[in-house]
Design a protein around this ligand. Structure first.
Ligand code: HEC
Ligand code: HEC
Length: 430
């Protein structure tokens, strides 16, 4: 009786053990079996992601100076110049740090105050029709004007910035060789020290007291400051990474791709283009469609859910520095992105798809830095939670096993590459 009880027990232990062993073996087999060969269709998708498929950067027709070498120099100096802030301590580079792929390592940016959102990288953005997480600007140059006057960021005003350009001998010389003559801002009764249509009431009333013609002179100079900064930012495009080497080797029969990628990296790439469905949004050589999507990211603690693109679209349409505005160099009827911008309720809570190149070192992730690591970002897609506002477009759980998430992460890590431009552009000018 006692014996048979024991043996019944040991039999079920044995059964359980066998089952576990079989499970472990099939797990090991799945995790470690060599990857299958790529199909024609997969090869086409991989090639579409390679930097070799990136077209040459088109000129920005709204900014005549977009490829002017002197504008690149002037923009470079302005990008690193902390005099463009209310306390002379904050430059664009204080938040967009070259050594962190032009991000800052914080959840929400902090300068003179705390910004609303996370600092995105600016590498490759010259290809983007929309700027900011919610796309509330439609050119690099009009974007560059906002942090200068944002009370949470550089907190300066357009009058002070226009005057700085006229007073700095190096700046005024470069400015006049790119744009027109600089206006004469020396008459303080017409052009006060500080003025701009921002929030500070004193600066605002000084601005309101200026004539329309004088406001226009300041606005033109201010817009040109943005155009020079944009010319510099256009130099920041990603360089080929290990992924691009692998993709190009696959398509070029002369080279052996197996030496470039590990099995895990190959399997991670297969998940990325396949059952992970990442390419629905992270597509093209910059790994973004530059479109707006709600991916159900939780709200930042204490903040209301972020409405994202619905508000951004309204704002870009009324921005005086947009493509159709009087400071743009483009014929308003040619501003097709703005004219045909996608609308609809699916834009509630939608954010611009970020690039996935060079993600190492740019944590935390998402529009308010809500997710601390890349691993957790992938777990987010695997769980596909309900959105706190609007509808999560990625709302069906992926069902990836933990080793598959690890492979996906291994693949993403192969998208790292230092920028391929002269070192001098990545530090303040001498
Ligand atoms: C206080 C930190 C801070 C400063 C200073 C700052 N930025 Fe930013 N930048 C941000 C944040 C935060 C965002 C995203 C804000 C949002 O989307 O609502 C951003 C967004 C951008 C974007 C759009 C990125 C994208 O993915 O569309 C560009 C381009 C950019 N900044 C360039 C600049 C330039 C040029 C300057 C200087 C004139 C500058 N920034 C100054 C924090 C900063
Ligand atoms: C429906 C479009 C869509 C799909 C599908 C999608 N993403 Fe995203 N991804 C986004 C958007 C939009 C964001 C920014 C979300 C936010 O901050 O609210 C983002 C953010 C990210 C980030 C954070 C990047 C950063 O700099 O903050 C990572 C990493 C990422 N996605 C990886 C992936 C991977 C891997 C997949 C496939 C498993 C995937 N995404 C599928 C649209 C998408």
């Amino acid at each position: 009786m006692k014996l048979s009880f024991l043996s019944r027990y040991s039999r079920s232990f044995l059964g359980l053990g066998l089952l576990l062993a079989a499970g472990l073996l099939s797990w090991l087999f799945l995790a470690y079996k060599p990857p299958a060969a790529w199909t024609e269709n997969e090869l086409r998708m991989i090639s579409s992601l390679s930097l070799s498929s990136l077209p040459a950067l088109p000129l920005d027709a709204s900014n005549k100076a977009s490829a002017d070498p002197v504008a690149q120099e002037l923009g470079h100096a302005l990008f690193f110049d902390a005099r463009l802030s209310a306390n002379n301590q904050i430059s664009c580079a204080s938040c967009h740090k070259p050594e962190l792929n032009f991000t800052d390592g914080l959840d929400k940016a902090r300068a003179i105050g705390q910004s609303r959102r996370n600092t995105p990288s600016i590498v490759g953005l010259a290809y983007s029709p929309w700027l900011y997480w919610d796309g509330r600007r439609d050119s690099l140059w009009s974007q560059a004007l906002s942090p200068l006057e944002d009370p949470r960021e550089q907190a300066s005003n357009r009058m002070a910035i226009a005057r700085l350009v006229t007073q700095d001998p190096g700046y005024s010389q470069m400015y006049q060789s790119i744009f027109d003559e600089l206006p004469d801002f020396s008459d303080r009764s017409r052009f006060p020290d500080n003025a701009g249509p921002g929030l500070k009431t004193a600066w605002y009333s000084a601005w309101e007291q200026m004539s329309k013609a004088d406001q226009n002179l300041v606005n033109e100079t201010f817009a040109n400051v943005g155009k020079a900064i944009a010319a510099y930012e256009r130099l920041l495009v990603p360089a080929p990474s290990k992924f691009d080497q692998y993709a190009d080797a696959l398509l070029d029969d002369q080279v052996e791709p197996g030496d470039i990628y590990s099995n895990d990296e190959i399997k991670g790439l297969r998940i990325f283009i396949g059952k992970g469905r990442c390419m629905e949004c992270h597509n093209g050589p910059l790994f973004t469609n530059f479109e707006f999507h709600n991916t159900g990211i939780i709200s930042y603690p204490g903040d209301l859910p972020d409405r994202g693109r619905v508000d951004g679209l309204r704002e870009v349409r009324k921005n005086p520095f947009n493509c159709q505005g009087e400071y743009s160099d483009r014929d308003p009827s040619q501003c097709l992105e703005l004219i045909h911008a996608r609308e609809g309720i699916e834009l509630i809570g939608a954010m611009k798809t970020p690039s996935l190149r060079n993600l190492a070192g740019t944590a935390p992730y998402m529009h308010k830095g809500q997710i601390k690591t890349l691993k957790e970002s992938l777990e987010h897609y695997n769980k596909a939670p309900l959105a706190m506002i609007g509808h999560n477009e990625t709302d069906s759980p992926l069902g990836l096993m933990s080793f598959e998430l690890r492979q996906l992460e291994a693949f993403l890590m192969t998208l790292q590459a230092p920028l391929d431009i002269e070192q001098r552009w990545l530090q303040p000018p001498q």
